[in-house]
Design a protein around this ligand. Structure first.
Ligand code: F6P
Length: 341
């Protein structure tokens, strides 16, 4: 009897709610097709340290609803820079007889996956596990929906206290190069202004924009304000000072520009938005994508990443996926603008 096909899964980079559901989907789909499946601890670090263990159906029980990743995750820059580190990883995979690897992570993790495929000669399938939704080849990444819901929940709570005091909240959400969390949570929470890194403005241009938005809103009788900004705005060169606290202080010091007294506060939602139980939408996405990853490895395919386009599960070459430039949904920005008037 031929040996069973052996595959492994790792999670890498920033964790994302739904990674556990993806691990479960990969493990259970692989077992269904009579493969052996291994879990790698802490991403590429665990590959290097040979922290690779076989997983059973029971090992992935009771995780579908949990945030984080049961396998742990890490960022290992040496994987990209040190060929010796990579060789050790490939040797460890081969020593276990592993022929296929599922990598769940963001663009950095995909670059590593490409090396395992092309240099290590082991079939790799990527699953888009990142809250940022910054991978252009897929409409949605695993964890994005949960992160947006967490932000909306936080902004709803901020709204209560901002409304009571007649204040303005400047809310910082994650997204270094991609403003999707800001745009989606800003629309869902009814923000006056949404600041994203894809729109290039100077600090003064952003301040003008915020002032105009607040003026419009106050003119129709609103007593408080919500400004949502993606962290990528101040991650840009020459913008490092432009944080939520800075904007809030500037508004307080320049109330006359808004036309009434402003009492603004900055709020960084931070890593809270990376945690929590995944939404049903993220769990279902993880299930569908995890199954697809196993299908591709069964067919001895590799160098691909799984995505969802117009609600259909697709597979795209990792090279191509990494070269695609994400476009901001201009209509959503216009919509946010129209609805905040
Ligand atoms: O890439 C996902 C992400 O959550 C980004 O939105 C954020 O900028 C970054 O990770 C934070 O990284 P760390 O957890 O290492 O501080």
């Amino acid at each position: 009897m031929a040996d069973k096909k052996k595959i492994a899964i790792l999670t890498s980079g920033g964790d994302a709610p739904g990674m556990n559901a993806a691990i479960r989907a990969v493990v259970r789909s692989a077992l269904y097709f009579d493969m052996e499946v291994f879990g790698v601890r802490d991403g590429y670090l665990g590959l290097m340290q040979d922290e690779i263990e076989q997983l059973s159906a029971g090992d992935v029980g009771d995780i579908i609803h949990r945030g984080g990743t049961m396998l742990g995750t890490a960022r290992l820059p040496e994987f990209a820079t040190d060929p010796a580190v990579r060789q050790k990883c490939y040797e460890n995979l081969r020593a276990h007889g592993i022929e296929g690897l599922v990598v769940c992570g963001g663009d950095g993790s995909y670059r590593g996956a490409n090396l395992v495929q092309h240099e290590g000669g082991i079939n790799v399938i990527g699953l888009p596990g990142t809250i940022d939704n910054d991978l252009a080849y897929t409409d949605y990444t695993i964890g994005f929906d949960t992160a947006v819901n967490t932000c909306v929940d936080s902004i709803n709570k901020l709204r209560d206290t901002m409304a009571s005091h007649g204040r303005v909240s400047v809310v910082d959400v994650m997204g270094r190069g991609c403003g999707d969390i800001a745009v989606h949570s800003g629309i869902a929470a009814g923000a006056e202004a949404i600041l994203i890194p894809e729109i290039k403005k100077t600090d003064n241009q952003w301040l003008d924009y915020i002032v105009q938005k607040l003026r419009t809103s106050f003119a129709r009788g609103k007593k408080y304000g919500i400004i949502v900004m993606a962290e990528g705005v101040y991650a840009a060169p020459k913008m490092h000072h432009f944080t939520a606290d800075y904007i809030a202080s500037w508004l307080n010091a320049n109330s006359e520009t808004v036309g009434r007294r402003v009492d603004a506060r900055g709020c960084v939602i931070g890593h809270v938005q990376r945690g929590g139980s995944p939404t049903a939408s993220d769990r279902i996405l993880s299930a569908r994508m995890g199954e697809k990853a196993v299908d591709l490895l069964r067919e001895n395919q590799g160098g691909l990443c799984v995505g969802v386009v117009k609600n259909r599960i697709v597979a795209v070459e990792i090279d191509k996926a990494l070269s695609m430039k994400r476009r901001v949904d201009k209509h959503l920005i216009e919509l946010a603008d129209i609805l905040a008037r």
